[in-house]
Design a protein around this ligand. Structure first.
Ligand code: NAD
Length: 469
């Protein structure tokens, strides 16, 4: 039964979810998803799909978010393509059992760690990078030899419908499925017993996912968000720092990114220089009327538009706008906006912003930023701009966050040799590259012995003499 047929049969409810699970258990139980050949065939097909359907993918991303073409290509299409390519290149090596040394207690023996597929896994993805956030984990799940269900976000409907239409034409539909839908469909899916769930989205729903998973003792990867800080020291190349902050904030889906800079901390004395550089570079990049710029995504929908304007319109914040603030409700556009010295107890300093607004707060000494960051829930990313190696080392050793990047923003996720994930409130577990393969594998400990090497002391009757050996 393909996805189209599932759609023709009406609402996706608990009954349908149970049927789907039976089919996928059967596919996994057949053993075919475990073979190297099956995994490679699926990954190659996915790779081909990305190439052949690039125009459709870009059109879907434009329809969902008005994502600028270059951004859509680099951040979604190209990175997903590379993830697929890497899995194809490395799969044999990843699948190979890892030999480890044995201990004297088990002598003579040999030991290995075997990566085995977990079974049937569920991937629930979010709307902001709807293509890569769906396929990157799917690539890991397939590479690890699992059957998989992808539930893309209903908030990016064009991309979700692209997956439902297109994936069955390329992939083995008996083992890889797409279920479109929102809360009720996801709830029906979550009632099933999965072997792993990878969820990307906000932490409120993360808790719902984890509670549902706990009923079946299902392990989870939760890719959540948070308020990712950017600390700017005075000892920097200001021009480069500012360009990188801007492109990492507004040049990544107009601030609607999980690792988007959420707020800046800088010193009181350096702030005026930083603010001037931010303002003039923003104008250079997006013009005098940024609402008309083609290089900025729109806000995804009216709910998020209302959420963002509520943050901006709060009394404590309203007078703090030092740049931008323009909005166009009809076009769902908000201009790049800078706020200065907002109170720590304002809504905007409590909630993840996830949009084109960037507050700047100030401290006397740059090191004070460490306590500010550590006094909050742990962010998904933390950034520092400085030429001072000692400050850099202190930052790395004293600030806790999912990932960290020095002298740039957001780029760490483009290195597949680094795990991508949060800590504390920003998430559980990680993926990308080999970490995706590991996230969807069980690391089975296997000890091999022969019938030789008997130690009589091991067997009863236990005697004092044996104990002393
Ligand atoms: P979203 O609205 O697309 O929701 C995510 C998924 O949860 C969707 O598939 C949706 O159908 C499902 N969902 C929503 N409500 C549900 C419910 N009550 N029960 C079950 N499922 C439900 O995305 P969002 O939550 O707005 O995403 C934004 C958040 O995600 C931000 O906090 C952001 O930082 C975080 N995020 C994290 C990453 C990461 O990789 N760590 C990436 C992107 C976004």
């Amino acid at each position: 039964m393909g996805v189209e047929m599932e759609e023709n049969r009406g609402a996706f409810d608990g009954h349908r979810a149970a049927e789907l699970m039976v089919e996928l258990r059967e596919a996994f139980g057949s053993g075919r998803t475990r073979s190297y050949e099956w995994r490679v065939a699926q990954l190659k097909a996915l790779f081909r799909m990305i190439d052949e359907k690039e125009a459709e993918i870009m059109a879907a991303l434009y329809s969902d978010l008005a994502k600028p073409e270059l951004e859509a290509f680099l951040h979604e299409v190209s990175l997903t393509r590379s993830a697929c390519q890497l899995a194809l290149k490395e799969l044999k090596r990843w699948m190979k059992p890892e030999k480890v040394s044995s201990s004297i207690t088990t002598f003579p023996s040999s030991s290995e760690i075997v990566s085995e597929p977990l079974g049937v896994v569920l991937i629930i993805s979010a709307w902001n990078y709807p293509f890569i956030l769906s396929l990157d984990p799917v690539i890991g799940a397939i590479a690890a030899g699992n059957a998989v269900v992808l539930k893309p976000s209903e908030v990016a409907p064009a991309t979700a419908s692209f997956f439902a239409r297109t994936l069955p034409a390329y992939l083995d539909s008996s083992a890889i499925r797409v279920v479109e839908g929102a809360v009720s469909e996801t709830t029906a899916l979550l009632e099933q017993k999965w072997d792993k769930i990878l969820y990307t989205g906000n932490s409120k729903v993360g808790r719902i996912v984890m509670a549902a998973a706990a009923k079946h003792l299902t392990p989870v990867v939760l890719e959540l968000g948070g308020k990712s800080p950017v600390v700017v020291d005075s000892n920097v190349n200001l021009e480069v720092a500012v360009k990188r902050i801007i492109v990492g904030k507004w040049g990544c889906n107009n601030g609607q990114a999980c690792i988007s800079p959420d707020y800046i901390i800088t010193t009181k004395s350096f702030a005026p220089k930083l603010v001037e550089a931010l303002k003039s570079t923003l104008e250079k990049f997006y013009g005098e009327d940024p609402l008309e710029s083609k290089d900025l995504s729109r806000i995804v929908n009216s709910n998020h538009f209302a959420r963002l304007t509520r943050l901006l319109d709060e009394d404590k914040v309203y007078g703090k706008i030092i740049y931008g603030g323009q909005r166009d409700e009809k076009k769902l556009k908000i201009a790049p906006t800078l706020l200065f010295d907002v109170p720590h107890d304002s809504l905007i300093m409590k909630e993840e912003i996830f949009g084109p607004i960037l507050p700047i707060i100030t401290v006397d000494k740059v090191e004070e930023s460490f306590d500010i960051i550590n006094s909050r829930t742990k962010p998904l990313a933390a950034y520092l701009f400085t030429k001072d190696k000692i400050l850099e080392e202190k930052f790395v050793n004293n600030v806790s966050s999912g990932g960290m990047l020095i002298n740039d923003v957001a780029l760490h996720l483009a290195n597949p040799n680094l795990p991508f994930g949060g800590v504390g409130e920003s998430g559980i577990g990680a993926y990308h590259g080999k970490f995706s393969f590991d996230a969807f594998s069980h690391k089975k400990a296997v000890l091999h012995r022969s019938f030789g090497g008997e130690a009589p002391a091991r067997y009863p009757p236990y005697t004092l003499k044996k104990q002393r050996i």
